[in-house]
Design a protein around this ligand. Structure first.
Ligand SMILES: [Zn+2]
Length: 477
């Protein structure tokens, strides 16, 4: 059996390397219904691919070169690879990377966790690709995530990555200090105008795609001076502002300062005409992150012994993540007694608040949609309970609950995500000249966005892989 597997791997490897080297070799995916990411649907379509790029997309009339290998995908559905426009590579989907939410550092130090994250991102790469996600946007993280941008473009076994690096924040220094590891931090403290400008320059020079501001303080004159300096420096550096602003006044303040991407819903109240006007004027992109709060709730419950339900039929989640979530209650003893009771007693209230918040988020999302705002799909993966890769389906299903038609969710999941990452020239739609990053589904995603779960294959950089087969996604030894 083992020999067979090895031979198969060798054979597949050979086929792939021939494709990679042979300039003439081209492949045609023939017969599927294609959603191109621009809103077009082609029945009985053909996608011609040469090496790692799309050469042409058309219907049955399209000419297929004689030497092309034809892959029959009749009856299936093809769309661009999915894009998760909001993730964090330093976070594990458990509290070990979020001691501010539940402090388990008597069990494992944040230093150990972050060092592991830094050196083993490949477990998430596999989870992303096998979930159909071919690009991710890390919108706030340690500086070391910036190197993933170039690295992952060249790695066909990783999703394309954009990263914003450390977040600039007015949050109290005692919170920021928790995240200090090996002299690095996910946060840069906005102590003065100069500190703000320096953080923008440092991140920009290191190649950050966007500068994330975590927390806004409307009506605070001191803060205003500092954040205006930051906004000014972002312009100087030809970068763009990303904003974590979850209430209406903060979100408006962010857009007045030029924020181009709101990475969360407004969840305190319904948005108003001024908000929508600012979005339009500014071309601000809206990322609702509806499910991340519930993820915290589920993980607290797992910690107190309720267990954690992973909906992962293809087993794309790595064993380390699976183990820690499924055995979450083993960590309960590391929480100190007072704090444990505190969290436990708050869980019912937390659930009620989450339900109220979700109603507001869904209404706001529908409102942004109805007004023609640009919306992306982003999970906030890595936060407790929001597992890298598979959480995407829950998030986009929640967006569908808001009343957005599945055909438009397809655009948000692909083209708009690439736009947020500033990579639309390279991927996000199925068009001539773009990278061959796409997914193959058994069921029609425009009928019901849950059909994304029927994924059978993912193509990244022109190589088609079966998502059910983990061996296809391992780096060659
Ligand atoms: Zn986030």
């Amino acid at each position: 059996m083992k020999i067979k597997v090895l031979l198969l791997c060798f054979f597949l490897g050979l086929v792939f390397s021939i494709h990679a080297q042979d300039e003439i070799s081209s492949r045609a995916l023939k017969g599927a219904t294609i959603f191109d990411g621009n809103g077009n649907k082609i029945e009985n379509g053909i996608i011609l691919i040469q090496n790692n790029k799309i050469v042409r997309v058309g219907d049955t009339e399209m000419h297929i070169p004689e030497n092309a290998q034809i892959i029959n995908v009749s009856g299936k559905y093809i769309m661009p690879g999915l894009i998760d426009a909001h993730i964090h590579f330093f976070q594990t989907a458990f509290f070990d990377s979020r001691p501010d939410a539940a402090d388990l550092r008597d069990s494992i130090t944040l230093e150990n966790v972050v060092n592991y994250q830094k050196n083993h991102p490949e477990r998430y790469y596999q989870a992303y690709l096998r979930s159909g996600i071919t690009a991710v946007y890390d919108v706030g993280d340690y500086m070391w995530t910036l190197k993933f941008q170039k690295e992952n473009d060249k790695n066909p076994l990783a999703p394309h990555t954009a990263s914003a690096g450390p977040l600039i924040t007015p949050a109290p220094e005692q919170l920021i200090n928790i995240f200090e590891v090996n002299g690095e931090n996910t946060f840069a403290f906005l102590g003065s105008e100069e500190e703000g400008r320096n953080a923008v320059i440092k991140n920009s020079e290191a190649g950050a795609t966007g500068i994330k501001i975590w927390g806004f303080k409307p009506k605070d004159a001191e803060f205003e001076k500092k954040i205006m300096a930051v906004a000014d420096e972002i312009k100087n550096q030809n970068n763009k502002m990303i904003a974590h602003a979850t209430n209406l006044t903060e979100a408006k303040m962010a857009m007045k300062l030029g924020a181009k991407l709101l990475v969360h819903s407004v969840s305190d109240t319904l948005i108003d005409a001024e908000f929508l006007e600012l979005m339009k004027q500014n071309n601000t992109i809206y990322n609702p992150t509806i499910i991340v709060g519930k993820g915290y709730y589920n993980t607290y419950n797992a910690l107190f012994g309720e267990g954690f339900q992973l909906n992962d039929p293809n087993r794309v989640v790595d064993s380390k993540t699976r183990n820690i979530l499924e055995n979450a209650s083993d960590f309960k003893k590391f929480l100190n007694a007072g704090r444990t009771e505190n969290i436990k007693n708050r869980l019912d209230d937390m659930l009620k608040n989450l339900e109220t918040e979700k109603e507001i988020m869904l209404q706001n999302l529908k409102n942004v949609y109805d007004e023609g705002g640009t919306i992306v799909v982003g999970t906030d993966a890595g936060n407790p309970g929001t597992v890298h890769g598979i959480s995407y389906y829950d998030e986009i299903e929640a967006m569908q609950e808001a009343g957005i038609p599945a055909k438009d969710l397809i655009i948000m999941a692909t083209k708009n995500g690439a736009m947020a990452m500033e990579r639309l020239e390279d991927f996000g739609t199925l068009e001539a000249g773009k990278l061959a990053d796409l997914i193959v589904l058994e069921k029609d995603p425009s009928e019901d966005i849950s059909n994304l779960r029927s994924i059978s294959h993912v193509m990244r950089n022109g190589v088609l892989r079966n998502v059910k087969d983990a061996r296809d996604f391992k780096q060659p030894e």
